[in-house]
Every structure is written in C-alpha cells, then in structure tokens.
Design a binder for this molecule. Structure first.
Ligand SMILES: [Zn+2]
Ligand SMILES: [Zn+2]
Length: 479
C-alpha cells in the first residue's frame, strides 16, 4: 500500500465520451456545403494524423473524441483508418498498436494494468474503486505534438490521461466485479506508467454505535501521562505517576472497543470518534453516546453487527457496553463530531444547609426552561479564552433524599456546565440551584443519561450502509 500524494485525476469508466464540447461548434456556417466539407475535413485531418508516424487506433481516434457520441476512441480511430483507405482506395493496414509513437503502446497494456490493480488488493474486501493515472510527460507532449503536426488545436478531443483512466477503470470494474465511486471509494488505484507501478490505497471503514460507560475513571480515549509525556519514564527511572505504563488510566472506552473492531475488520489501526465526551469520573448511562470507530486499511468490510456487539461487550467486561452497531459512511465521522447535541444528566447533589422538599421544587421549577449565563468555569481548560456564554436548561427536575441530599436531572443544551449550574461557581453561573436555594450545593456524582441530536437524530438512514443492520429498532430507543 502506498498513499498517493497527488490526487489522481479520475474519469468515469462507463462514459465513453468526452462530452462537454458542442458537436456543432466547429461546423462551417455555410449550410449547403457544411456536411460535405466537414466530412472531407475529417478525412483530411485523419490523413494528416496518419502521416505523422505509426499510430494506434486509440491515439488516432482521440483527437476526435468530441465527435459521434457512443464510440470509444479506438473505434473512432479504426473507423477513420477504414474511411481513409476506402476514400483513397489504398490497402487497409491496422493500427500500429505497440509501435504507436504517441503512447508508445500504453493502450496495448490496458488488461495487464487492470489485472495488476486487481492483484494489488486481492486480499481485501471492497465494492467500490477509483482509478487515476500518472501518464509519462513525454506521451502527453507527444499527444499535443500529434495535433499540432496535423494542424489541429493542440487540445482537440480528449487528453491521453483521461482516456487511460477510463479504459483501465472500466476493465478494473469488469475484472473485480465492483463499481466506480468518485466520492469515497473503498480502494483507489494509481497507475504510474513511467514507473511501471500500480499503487492501491485502501480507504478506512466505519462502524457506528452508542456506548455506555458503567465504571468511573475511564476516559473516552487514551490519556497519556502528562508527567512523562507517555514515555513511562522519567530520566532513567520508571515514571511514578503512571507506574511506567505511559497512561494516566489503564483503559479507555476507545481501548475497550476499537481493537475488537480493528481485529474483526483485519485493519492496521483504528480511531475512536465520540459525539463529545463525558468527564472521566462521570458514568455514561441510558441510551448511551454515539460514536464511530474508524478502521484503517481493512481487509474485511462486511461485519456481523450482533456478533461484533457481543465480542466488544465481552472484551470490555462490564466496564463499557455498546449497542446499535451498524456500518456507516465516512460522513458519519463528521456528523458525530459536529452535530449539535443536547444531553441528559443525573447529578447527586449535597447541600451545605438543610433544604425542604418544597424549596427544592420551587428552585428546580425556576431553572426549568431557563437560559443560563455561565462565565467560563475555573476548572475548564485554561487555554480556552474565558467568556460568558448562555445555554438553555431545557428541563430540570429534582428529588430530595434528605435535608442535605438530592438527585437532580437536567436536560441541557450542548455545552451547559452542569456542576456550575448546581453550585453557582461563586457567582459565575447565574441563575443556579445554590443561588436559588441560598445554600451551598455541590455535585458529588454526575452521570450522563443520553446524548441526542438537538434538531435531528444522529441516526439518519442515509449515513448507514445497506445490508448489515441487525437493529431495526435503534431509532426507537431514544425514548
Ligand atoms: Zn497510441
Ligand atoms: Zn508517566
């Protein structure tokens, strides 16, 4: 596998034509003589092209690619060769094939290139592909010279590279029984003619799901130790902070899930993309948090979602659970990272003074539906610029356990700081539960119950791939 730094220029192998030119554009204006003159012009030009040296049918036909929709360039070339032989009553000689001075026989090798492309990814499961080519600069120069020598516009017809992309691409599709995809194919081939190399890049595959985190002190992704910068060492000594592991926490949601997907898909690496993240010490309960696991260079793309779910849940051993696994498109990565989400939280709250049930009900009623102003809390990353922002607390309910303890549930807009909504953060959050009650209030445990799209659900059908959805009810369990 090699990555191609220059994106290949790909063409649709199913389109036989360069179609953007107006077929009437180069016709003479004199209507009477138009047809005859055009015909003799074409033949004259074909004679001039043939006079430049040995040409294959592809290279003879390509300067006329704007004419006669529905033909391949090699058919145009062969047709012109026949027409010239008939008009001039000369012996018909076939194309020069491998001796063509323009392409130096590249079009003789189309099947070979396609076979080599297929061989390069023989061990990989894929359904879509794209072909790009790097044509030798000399051949591109020859392609222009050919036209100039015959008195044509040097850009007439179609560039060599475009035809080569299309003809190789068409054959790859036939050999591998897969389809072309210009957006994000499973594999991308780059044919480097000069280097005589066919490179293949296998694009990543994606699995969407929702996770619950059932134990505290598990970060979402790997958390390298800041004291040793992940090395596990301080000078010659083992790092005391992390015990030499290089990580502040032994496991993460990512480490408990992604390796299983990577293993099943036989990839080389994986990345966990979460729809936001909860605090390390918060549980993620309820309907869970959407995520996408991206697997690099997968040999397998088809997955048994039920089985994968079982495998992950066994591997995570009660610390983390996943559900609703489905294969999804690459676009889902951006969606889970960018979609505006609301969150439902459950906070265990401790009061600094006695509170009655009636006082709690009045206070949460005041917060319910309220717009909250929050100056950036002290605990938040100091690299972030401090400012006052407003977020809506869509729904707030509370239940008193005793005079000093309550459970408060909040359904808030994305970005609402819950601990500060309860404590008031020394006046930086307004209004707050503590402020309304007139006693100190502290969150002792905070869990997330649901992460939902604010305007629309995360799970839109268009983001999922067909045929592997073992969970027809996934849309329904946001209830
Ligand atoms: Zn040629
Ligand atoms: Zn360390």
């Amino acid at each position: 596998m090699t990555d191609s730094d220059a994106p290949p220029d790909a063409s649709d192998p199913d389109a036989d034509e360069a179609v953007d030119a107006d077929p009437d554009a180069d016709e003479a204006v004199d209507a009477d003589a138009t047809g005859e003159r055009a015909a003799s012009d074409v033949l004259d030009t074909a004679r001039a092209l043939l006079a430049t040296g040995p040409l294959c049918d592809h290279c003879l036909g390509r300067p006329f690619a704007e004419r006669s929709f529905g033909l391949g360039n090699h058919e145009r070339g062969r047709g012109l060769r026949v027409a010239v032989a008939l008009a001039d009553d000369t012996d018909y000689e076939g194309g020069a094939d491998g001796d063509c001075w323009v392409c130096e026989g590249v079009f003789e090798r189309l099947d070979e290139f396609a076979e080599r492309a297929a061989d390069a990814v023989a061990d990989y499961e894929y359904a879509t592909y794209q072909v790009g080519t790097r044509v030798p600069p000399l051949a591109e120069e020859n392609d222009r010279l050919l036209r100039e020598d015959a008195g044509m516009d040097p850009d007439a017809g179609e560039p060599l590279r475009k035809e080569l992309n299309r003809e190789v691409g068409k054959r790859v599709g036939h050999v591998t029984d897969t389809e072309v995809d210009f957006e994000r194919p499973h594999v991308q081939f780059l044919l480097d003619v000069d280097a005589d190399r066919v490179e293949a890049t296998v694009n990543s595959a994606h699995v969407y799901g929702r996770y619950r985190k059932l134990e505290r002190d598990i970060p979402q992704t790997e958390w390298p130790c800041s004291d040793c910068r992940g090395s596990g060492r301080q000078g010659r000594e083992q790092c005391d902070t992390c015990g030499g592991s290089g990580y502040l926490y032994d496991e993460s949601v990512e480490q408990l899930t992604a390796p299983v997907v990577e293993d099943v898909m036989e990839g080389v690496d994986s990345t966990f993309h979460g729809a936001g993240r909860e605090d390390v010490d918060a549980l993620m309960l309820g309907t869970g948090r959407p995520f996408v696991i991206e697997v690099d260079e997968p040999r397998r793309r088809e997955i048994d979602a039920d089985r994968l779910e079982g495998d992950i849940n066994a591997f995570a051993d009660g610390n983390v659970e996943v559900e609703g696994l489905r294969r999804c498109t690459h676009d889902m990565v951006e969606r889970v990272k960018e979609l505006d989400a609301t969150k439902r939280y459950r906070a265990q709250v401790e009061f600094g003074g006695d509170v009655t049930a009636g006082e709690l009900v009045d206070a949460v009623d005041d917060l319910d539906g309220e717009t909250i102003e929050q100056y950036t809390p002290n605990r938040v990353d100091h690299r972030r610029a401090a400012k006052t922002r407003t977020r809506v607390a869509h729904e707030v309910t509370g239940e008193l356990e005793d005079a000093r303890h309550a459970t408060v549930e909040v359904h808030g807009a994305g970005g609402l700081y819950i601990k500060e909504l309860i404590s008031g953060d020394e006046g930086r959050t307004e209004p707050s539960l503590a402020g309304l009650l007139g006693v100190d209030a502290t969150v002792t445990a905070l869990d997330v119950l649901a992460v939902e799209g604010a305007e629309e659900p995360f799970e839109r059908p268009g983001f999922f791939l067909d045929g592997e959805d073992g969970h027809p009810d996934t849309d329904a369990d946001g209830e």
